[in-house]
Design a protein around this ligand. Structure first.
Ligand code: OXD
Length: 309
């Protein structure tokens, strides 16, 4: 059994070493090893080039090294091989910490004090709200969105969620669907987008959406950059300095040096780090699914190709 490992993560070597330790009996290759690609049965990947995927003719399972799978589905040579994604509680905790940090940055006005600090300005106090005075709307209730919503609810925020349909939903907070999206947008003080990249979510957050949001509010995007019409967001931000944004994901990553986001005062930019994959638990998860496949010969893909995520 041969495995191809490929990632663009900065700590690629650490991942490779840990995978080799766990999969002692298997041959693990990187692209640079120039393996016989026809022998590869399993691929553990993040951002594999399309021309390499096209050579993996006997692939049985693709393991995504992240929660997202759009890096696989967008490849033209992807041909319905079952995909296993990381649904890791540790990543969900990281996501929840990140979202909470961005909410508190805004809620406690730390973003404003930090700007004043750079100008050596001692601001007079601005009274912050309590958690139960704030409504947080979670846009997208997949594994991560549901976890974050429940986490914030435990901290007394007024949480609501948005989901395309009510199927398979298990939450402790109210859910809005397509028909009530307007109410979801208009009543939220903070919207957290954790949407996957699909045709339907592309540019969902456009000027029309943004104008429905409260003028003084916060938009957090930890899902996919594609969900936001960036040009329209920039327009909205320029005409409304009480509207704050926290972006972890972008249409183009790394965010180009000349991108207008860098210069706007009402945005926090983080480099796609909200829910970094956790090496040990990710590898355990992959190992478990692979061993199960070897024993049973069965694998259920985590991806619904009709839904596109
Ligand atoms: C992702 C991830 O899918 O960080 O973006 O896991």
């Amino acid at each position: 059994m041969s495995i191809l490992f490929h990632t663009t993560f900065a700590n690629e070597k650490e991942w490779f070493d840990e995978i080799k330790k766990k999969f002692k009996k298997q041959k693990i290759y990187k692209i640079s090893d120039k393996p016989d690609f026809k022998e590869i049965e399993f691929a553990i990947i993040w951002n594999l080039p399309n021309n390499i995927l096209s050579k993996l003719e006997n692939l049985k399972i693709i393991f995504s090294l992240g929660a997202g799978v759009d890096h696989i589905l967008k490849l033209t040579s992807y041909n319905k091989t079952p995909i296993v994604r990381l649904n890791d509680p540790n990543m969900a905790i990281r996501m929840a910490y990140h979202v909470l940090s961005q909410i508190l940055n805004y809620q406690l006005k730390l973003n404003i004090y930090q700007k004043a600090q750079h100008k050596k300005k001692w601001l007079s106090e601005i009274e912050p709200l309590f958690n139960n005075q704030i409504q947080v709307g979670i846009l997208g209730l997949g594994y991560l969105g549901t976890f974050v919503g429940k986490y914030l609810k435990k901290l007394n925020y007024n949480v609501i969620g948005y989901k395309k349909s009510l199927a398979r939903t298990n939450t402790t907070f109210p859910i809005y669907t397509k028909r009530s999206l307007d109410k979801f947008i208009k009543t939220s003080d903070i919207i957290v987008s954790i949407l996957p990249f699909t045709d339907e979510t592309t540019n969902l957050i456009d000027l029309k959406f943004l104008k429905k949001m409260k003028r003084e509010s916060l938009l957090i995007n930890v899902g996919r950059g594609e969900s936001i019409n960036e040009k329209e967001l920039i327009k909205h931000m320029k005409s409304n300095y009480k509207f704050f944004v926290s972006l972890d994901v972008f249409k183009k990553e790394p965010l180009p040096k000349n991108h207008p986001f860098w210069k706007l005062p009402n945005v926090t930019i983080t480099p796609h780090v909200a829910s970094l994959s956790v090496i040990n638990s990710a590898i355990k998860h992959i190992y478990k699914r692979l061993v199960h496949f070897q024993k049973s010969g069965k694998i259920t893909s985590d991806v619904d190709l009709k839904k596109g995520y």
